[in-house]
Design a protein around this ligand. Sequence first.
Ligand SMILES: [Zn+2]
Length: 429
Amino acid sequence: MLRSLFLLVIMIPVQLSASSKIDFDTYFSKGALRVDLYHTGVSDNEVYAVDEIIREPFWGGNPRHLIDDMNLGGHILRVYDLKTNVLIYSMGYCSVFGEWITVDEAISGKARTFHESLIMPFPKGPVQIRIDRRDRANIFRTVYDLVVDPEDYNIATETRHSGFKVRKIVDNGPPDRKVDIVILADGYRRDEIHKLRDDVKRFVDIFFDVEPFRSRKKDFNVRLIESISVQSNVDNPREGVYRDNLLGLSFNSLDLDRYMLSLSNKTIRDVAAKVPYDQIIILANEEKYGGGGIFRLYATCISDNEHDGYVFVHEFGHNFTGLADEYFSSQVSYNDSYPAGIEPWEPNITALLDPESVKWQHLIKDGTPVPTPDDSLHTDLTGAFEGAGYSAKGLYRSAQDCIMKSKALNGFCPVCSEAIEKMIDFHTR
Ligand SMILES: [Zn+2]
């Protein structure tokens, strides 16, 4: 009797672990599989097409956490072993396409194409790759699937941009146990390489002076790829400035002057492939204020602006943790980013559909009024303050101030800090 009970008890966890704990060596070998896609469409219609499939030398992820159970991101990549139909890898993420479909151009029906890469550990056998995207109600719908055979001789393996030097800026050990940041340079000429090295050192010092990064520094590696451009600076369309900058950064992305993105995804990925990485930060040799950060795509930052340190940390918050903007008074290009009555997936803003159980309830002290009045009596409290996610009404943040709200290095709010720590754990434990 005792023995059969024991068997019953151990049977249950084994079944559960089949979906939640995947043995890396059973399904994957060294390196990364990169599937490059063109993603074309308008707000209510989209299509993917294969550009190229590549085997990269490194995969920077955590082999102990192959299934992403954090439910973050507008899209999720799922990879199934074709023979057994077991889910062997998943990863939530965001894309430029996902933002673009909320701007006027996309809503009016003018189609555009964006280049995207799906990156996963290199599979040992054929896999089915599936992309789901959230609809307006935040429900995932399948938008693409593809079978890839790792033996296919069309999978490219060459090294690209091999001339660029790699420098280890912070080295705390093997990439499978670290958050691996790669910094790429854009708009730096060869004769500006010493400026690049000085800029990177300054940003890394600023970054590791902000909590929780300061306490968790041992969990990070930082590498710099000295990706040199023909010309200095980056594109600034509103001023008629167009540069031959390697990685294609441009101000005025989605027609918002301060928004600095690149649509040259292929070049960015080809350059970054020289090192194992989890996060890409692209540093623009620029004085003009601007930046951008898209969850698990990249963060961008300028090098010579009075607010550049703040931009570096704020955009990393978007890129690394999927944090939402907590500000609500600045202009953006998006229409109706957060539909009324739908709880946002981002960890740090809420629609407060149930004030009795806020998603960060465990951080709210008993007796704190919810919604929390935005006045001098509630400055150091965690609560639910109205105004967040580009909207003064209907969306709430957890604290009066945060790096995701104000243009200052005044620290992350407790909710953002906790989400960042959780993400560091995901990459390292
Ligand atoms: Zn925050």
